[in-house]
Design a protein around this ligand. Structure first.
Ligand SMILES: Nc1nc2c(ncn2[C@@H]2O[C@H](COP(=O)(O)OP(=O)(O)OP(=O)(O)O)[C@@H](O)[C@H]2O)c(=O)[nH]1
Ligand SMILES: [Mg+2]
Length: 445
C-alpha cells in the first residue's frame, strides 16, 4: 500500500491526478480544501484541494481501523471481508450484438455500484444530484459537491436524507465561507467597494447596507461615488445620502479620491460606489481598477445579477478577474426562477458570497448569504417538482448514468459493517450480502 497526497486547484483535478498515479482503484483517504488567506490578489481560485489517496494493492490498512457503531467513520473503512461476486450485472443495456455494454465498461471482477452500495443510499444521492441540477447548479459543481458528500457519507452506518443534506450543507459552507462575517461588526472592513456591470443594483445595494449600518447598527458611515460616467450617477447616491443623513463625496481621479478618503477617515465604514462597466470596455475597467488601487485595503464586492445569462456571467467574471474581489453579491433573486448558479459561481471562482438581494426595498431586501439559505434556494418545491416531473423512463436512464458516474469514481465502494436496520442489516453482517441475495433473487435487478 502506497499513500500519497495530491494537491490541485479543484476536486476533479485532484481525483484525476490520484487516478493517474494509482489507477482507477485508488482509494481516497481524505479530502481537504485549503482556504486562502488574505485577498485574492486578482486571481480566482487561490484555494487548493489536498487529496490523500492510496493504492489498493492491500486492504491491510483498513483492518486497523475499527468501525465504531456510535461514531461513524468519515471514509470507507470496512475490513476485507468482501469478495467480488460472480454474478450477472444488476442491469445491462444490450447493444445490437446483444452484448452487455456494462460488461464492456467494467472489468468482470469489478463490482457495480449496485453490488456495493445499498440501493436506498444510491437513490438518495441521486435525488440530491437531480434536485441540484434542476435548481440550476452547473453540472461540474454538482459533481464536485457529490464527490464531497459521497466521500463523507460512504463510510457511515446510517444515512438518511437529513444526514446527506447536513453533509452537503457543510460542504457548501466550506466552499462559500465568508470572511469577515457580515452578521457581526467584528472585523468589519473599513472600506467596501462595489463593482460590477451596469444596472445590477450596486447603488441600491450600497443604500441598503448604508441604512443597516447607520440606522440599525449605529455605525458612522461615509459614502464615496466614483460614478461620474453618466447623468444621475452622482445624484442617485446623493439622494440616499441626504435621506440617511450621511456624508457623501464624489471623486473621479486618484487625487480627488485620496482627498475624499481623507475627509471621511473618521468614519467606521466607507462605502464606495463605482460606475457600471461594460465588461468589454477595457479602458473603463482599467480606470476603476486604478482608482481602487488608491484605497487602502479595499474590501471589493463584485455585484452580479442572477438574471444574467450564464455565458455573459463568464465574460463578466473574466473582465473583473484582475480586481481584488473579496466577495460576490447576487441581486435580483426575486426576478429569477432558479438560484443554483449562485452556488456554481462561488464554487467556480472560489470567491465567497457575502450578501444577496431579492427586491428593491431599502433596506429590507438584502440578506447575508449562508449555506442554510443557499440550501433552501436549491432544495425547494420547484426543484423537487422539476426533478420528479421527468418520465419514469428518463428517470431510470438518468439513474443509470448516475450509477455509471459513481462507478467511475475512484472511491472504493466497500461493504458496510453496520447494524443499521435501514440497510436491512443486523448483527454486523454486511448489507452487501443482503443486497446480493436481493439482486440475485430479482434475476439480476
Ligand atoms: N427586482 C430587483 N430590482 C433591483 C434589485 N436591486 C436593484 N434593483 C433595481 O435595479 C435597478 C438598477 O439599480 P442600481 O442600483 O441603479 O444599479 P447599478 O448597478 O448601480 O446601476 P449603474 O450604476 O447604472 O451601473 C433599479 O431600478 C433598482 O431598484 C433587486 O434585488 N431586485
Ligand atoms: Mg449605480
Amino acid at each position: 500500500m502506497q499513500i500519497k497526497t495530491f494537491e490541485a486547484d479543484n476536486m476533479t483535478e485532484a481525483l484525476k491526478a490520484a487516478k493517474e498515479a494509482f489507477g482507477p482503484e485508488a482509494v481516497i483517504l481524505g479530502v481537504k480544501t485549503n482556504k486562502p488567506a488574505g485577498r485574492f490578489l486578482g486571481k480566482w481560485k487561490k484555494q487548493k484541494v489536498t487529496l490523500t489517496a492510496a493504492t489498493d494493492t492491500s486492504y491491510a490498512v483498513y483492518d486497523e481501523v475499527s468501525i465504531s457503531k456510535k461514531k461513524p467513520a468519515s471514509f470507507t473503512t470496512s475490513p476485507p471481508i468482501f469478495r467480488s461476486p460472480e454474478r450477472k450485472p444488476s442491469r445491462s443495456i444490450s447493444n445490437d450484438r446483444g452484448t452487455s455494454i456494462r460488461s464492456f465498461s467494467r472489468p468482470t471482477n469489478r463490482p457495480s455500484v449496485k453490488d456495493m452500495l445499498p440501493a436506498s443510499y444510491v437513490k438518495k444521492l441521486f435525488w440530491l444530484h437531480q434536485q441540484m441540477l434542476m435548481a440550476g447548479v452547473a453540472e461540474d459543481s454538482v459533481q464536485e459537491l457529490m464527490v464531497l458528500v459521497h466521500t463523507v457519507a460512504v463510510g457511515r452506518a446510517r444515512i438518511s436524507e437529513e444526514i446527506l443534506m447536513d453533509i452537503l450543507e457543510k460542504a457548501i459552507q466550506d466552499r462559500i465561507r465568508m470572511r469577515p462575517d457580515p452578521n457581526t461588526d467584528k472585523g468589519l472592513p473599513k472600506r467596501m467597494v462595489f463593482v460590477g456591470p451596469t444596472g445590477v443594483g450596486k447603488t441600491t445595494t450600497i443604500a441598503k447596507i448604508a441604512t443597516i449600518y447607520s440606522h440599525q447598527r449605529k455605525s458612522s458611515i461615509g459614502l464615496i461615488t466614483l460614478d461620474d460616467q453618466r447623468i444621475g450617477g452622482i445624484s442617485q447616491l446623493a439622494i440616499y445620502a441626504r435621506i440617511l443623513g450621511i456624508p457623501m463625496k464624489a471623486a473621479s481621479s486618484p487625487l480627488t479620491l485620496r482627498k475624499a478618503l481623507r475627509n471621511l477617515s473618521d468614519k467606521q465604514l466607507i462605502l464606495v460606489d463605482t460606475a457600471g462597466v461594460n465588461p468589454n470596455d477595457l479602458e473603463q475597467l482599467n480606470k476603476i481598477e486604478l482608482l481602487i488601487a488608491e484605497i487602502e485595503t479595499p474590501h471589493v464586492h463584485l455585484v452580479l445579477s442572477t438574471t444574467t445569462k450564464a455565458r455573459d456571467l463568464n465574460v463578466i467574471l473574466d473582465a473583473f478577474q484582475p480586481f481584488p474581489v473579496r466577495n460576490l453579491i447576487f441581486t435580483k433573486l426575486d426576478e429569477s426562477t432558479t438560484q443554483g448558479n449562485i452556488l456554481s459561481r462561488a464554487i467556480q471562482t472560489g470567491i465567497p458570497l457575502s450578501y444577496y438581494a431579492d427586491g428593491r426595498n431599502i433596506p429590507d431586501d438584502i440578506h447575508v448569504m449562508t449555506a442554510k439559505r443557499l440550501m433552501r434556494m436549491i432544495f425547494n418545491e420547484t426543484s423537487l417538482r422539476r426533478a420528479k416531473s421527468a418520465s419514469p423512463e428518463i428517470l431510470a436512464e438518468r439513474l443509470h448514468v448516475f450509477e455509471s458516474e459513481l462507478e467511475k469514481h475512484p472511491l472504493k465502494f466497500r461493504p458496510y459493517r453496520t447494524v443499521s436496520t435501514e440497510w436491512g442489516e443486523e448483527n454486523g453482517k454486511t448489507p452487501y450480502v443482503e443486497y446480493a441475495h436481493t439482486a440475485e433473487s430479482n434475476g439480476g435487478r
